[in-house]
Design a protein around this ligand. Structure first.
Ligand code: SF4
Ligand code: SF4
Length: 312
């Protein structure tokens, strides 16, 4: 099924978040991302298509999936364990392998929703949002399905639902214009100020992102803009980069920033997707290091929130 203005591919919906906008929030994660951040904590959000995820420790070796797969992508190894050949898997529409796995060892990342289905789903959470709460669209990258997102956000506004997006900043400005018309809050990432380092870590240049943030900054009367820096040890946590980020924010009249400390919560999802996670052994940042980064921003009169320590 193709995504369009009426249908979106979503890989997760989480109720009751209190960290991604004001009040209580329902978070909706759109599948597909043009960046390939090496530390990504939602690897199942990168690919534009549905993907099979395999939890080996839940497998009871019933072999139902082996018999059902028309592509012979699943085989039994000599030790009795099953082997999943992702190159042969066609991510077929019927997903017989997942259907016949009664132990939930096989799951699917990605489910199609129409506008109506998604509205109906989030409306159930409305009573938990509280004053000022609502929905936050993220991913993957929400802008990878911007036509659906723009219409969905418009419907939310018609239903008096507060709207926010979390975005990489990497999309055409004309696409942002459509989405921002119906957005109350924008969280936008700044991953590295140096273009070469940005390409190394994410696979794309930072030029478009920084241009878009500068354009968004000029529209701060239309929505609240909060830049976010995912702080990745050894990639962007050095003093030089933090100071360059603070200068960029100051230059664009931005007075808030949210530092998001690295974590390894997505690690097991790499295993389930048959991928290697380069940050599996990377240690968390210390509070002392984070406070030192915060000081660089506050020296430039930029309010700096660390992690979930936000005023919203
Ligand atoms: S998604 Fe389809 S092709 Fe892929 S393993 Fe499952 S049944 Fe086989
Ligand atoms: S159907 Fe599920 S439990 Fe059975 S062999 Fe396949 S993955 Fe394992």
């Amino acid at each position: 099924m193709k995504t369009n203005e009426d249908v979106a591919l979503i890989f997760d919906i989480q109720g009751f978040s209190v960290h991604d906008g004001p009040g209580g929030r329902t978070l909706i994660f759109f599948k597909g991302c043009p960046l390939h951040c090496t530390w990504c904590s939602n690897p199942e959000g990168e690919c534009r298509n549905r993907e099979v995820m395999f939890r080996e420790d839940s497998c009871k070796q019933c072999y139902n999936c082996v018999e059902q797969c028309p592509q012979k992508a699943i085989t039994v190894s000599s030790n009795g364990k099953i082997t999943f050949d992702r190159a042969s898997c066609q991510q077929c529409e019927s997903l017989e392998c997942v259907e016949y796995c009664y132990d939930s060892a096989l799951g699917i990342a990605g489910k199609y929703y129409t506008q109506q289905e998604l509205i109906r789903k989030i409306e159930r959470d409305r009573r938990f949002w509280g004053s000022g709460g609502g929905i936050t669209l993220g991913g993957g990258e929400v802008m990878s399905q911007y036509k659906f997102a723009a219409r969905f956000l418009e419907q939310c506004h018609r239903n008096y639902i507060h709207t926010a997006i979390e975005t990489s900043g990497y999309a055409s400005w004309s696409h942002y214009e459509e989405v921002l018309k119906h957005t109350d809050w924008v969280f936008v990432d700044i991953k590295h100020m140096d273009d070469a380092r940005h390409r190394e870590g994410t696979g794309v240049s930072n030029t478009l992102i920084l241009e878009n943030i500068a354009l968004m900054a000029r529209q701060q009367d239309a929505f609240r803009l909060i830049p976010r820096v995912p702080v990745i040890p050894g990639f962007n946590d050095d003093e030089q980069n933090m100071q360059a980020t603070a200068r960029f924010l100051q230059h664009n009249g931005l007075t808030e920033v949210n530092l998001l400390p690295f974590h390894r919560l997505g690690s097991s999802k790499y295993t389930q997707l048959g991928r290697q996670y380069d940050f599996a052994q990377t240690a968390s940042l210390t509070q002392q290091a984070l406070q030192a980064m915060k000081a660089h921003f506050e020296a430039k009169a930029i309010r700096c929130y660390v992690g979930s320590d936000t005023p919203f």
